[in-house]
Ligand binder design. Sequence first.
Ligand SMILES: Nc1ncnc2c1ncn2[C@@H]1O[C@H](COP(=O)(O)OP(=O)(O)OP(=O)(O)O)[C@@H](O)[C@H]1O
Length: 238
Amino acid sequence: MSAMLEVRDLEVAYGKIVAVKKISFSVEQGQVVSLIGTNGAGKTTTLRTISGLLRPTSGEILFQGERIEQVAAHDIVARGLAHSPEGRRIFPRLSVEENLMLGAFARKDPSGVRTDLDAAYDLFPILGERRKQPAGTFSGGEQQMLAMGRAMMSRPKLLMLDEPSMGLSPIMMKRIMSTVTELQRQGTTILLVEQNAQAALKRADYGYVLEVGKIVLSGSGSDLLVNDSVRKAYLGED
Ligand SMILES: Nc1ncnc2c1ncn2[C@@H]1O[C@H](COP(=O)(O)OP(=O)(O)OP(=O)(O)O)[C@@H](O)[C@H]1O
């Protein structure tokens, strides 16, 4: 069986700056795969390229066996690949429900939107309680819930999360990360990008370490967590 997502020799540049240097990795159906790395390693660039927001200079991206590296971003969402972006990008003046509805825009068949709103409110009850409230009044953690809920509104097969733990309190981070496990249990495949290696690897079936645009290490989440160089570089241990 082929992987749900396969990235082959992907290279992405901003003018002369090559941010992603021929990386290859894959995500199997049902897995949580983590891509970890420090600031500027190329994580966001990789996700934006998979989403169709950036075009690679070379390489291939296959989603469910089909090439997508030249497919329009809205079409990629419609095929079942959703992206919860870095910084959340929610619309502060719109209500929670209006923000969630924006996640359903690529839907060819609008029936079922109500069911999906209810599923988002089940996942994050606070969103349901405050469905009419402007999203700009939310805390960082609540905005992260909204960003994840919005991405789930397109009923993705694969959900890509860009640094969901960024700026969150430990307790809120735990809440967000346990939702990752819950979404996996419900059948969603997840590609999780994180600077927080500990949180991301703990939940990952498999992980890749990205350094200045290159994958330098890969392995099961549990193997990477005990790997010496990961512990030194990402977990702050001597
Ligand atoms: N719009 C841009 N124009 C030029 N260079 C960029 C642009 N966006 C990112 N870069 C550069 O590309 C490299 C990779 O950046 P990227 O944002 O993908 O890294 P990252 O691993 O996601 O880091 P962060 O966690 O800080 O977002 C960095 O050197 C960055 O400065």
